[in-house]
Design a protein around this ligand. Sequence first.
Ligand SMILES: [Zn+2]
Length: 209
Amino acid sequence: MLHIKSIPAFNDNYIWLIQNNQNLCAVVDPGDAEPVIAYLEANQLELVTILITHHHWDHTGGIEKLVAKYPTITVLGPENSNIEHLTHHVSEGHRINLFNEEFLVLNLPGHTLDHIGYVGDGKLFCGDVLFSAGCGRIFEARQSKCIIHYKSSPFCRRRRRCTVLTSIRLATSHLPWQSNLITSSSMNTETVLIKSELRVSLQYQPQFV
Ligand SMILES: [Zn+2]
């Protein structure tokens, strides 16, 4: 069984920590190494893996320090990216064995072109793609490209078969839900759809450490 915790960083980032029963753990998008190291040492955990969703500094800024402190760890990240210190590049369809749980990699372009997500243990680690009642800003792709990709992705095909999304929890990298809901109060068709999508999923509530 895996245990999922969130480590707060910066103003509103969450660095997700995935831990097994043997005190081994992975972290997702460590933008800052200090809170991660503090948590690992306080809880006597051994870091073995870093999962990266995209290249933004608030998701990657802590990699260098963590690799220096734990030189044997594996660092997984997007295939089409120049992020330093990655030991493995992954993309859509790759399956990762993490503590005997299978995690599927999804390409999620839009917020950035290199953005990927990891689905496993009933959760989607979706970085800056989805938030509660909203989604990440699209910086590097046209909206149409994102929608075309989404409709053709295995994740969406599974959703149409109603087999996955209703039971998956979202592990987002920020939680700007209050401002999103305020924005959504003047909603157009698009935000209605987004809210409808999110209603069928469960928002994974961060547990502060
Ligand atoms: Zn970002």
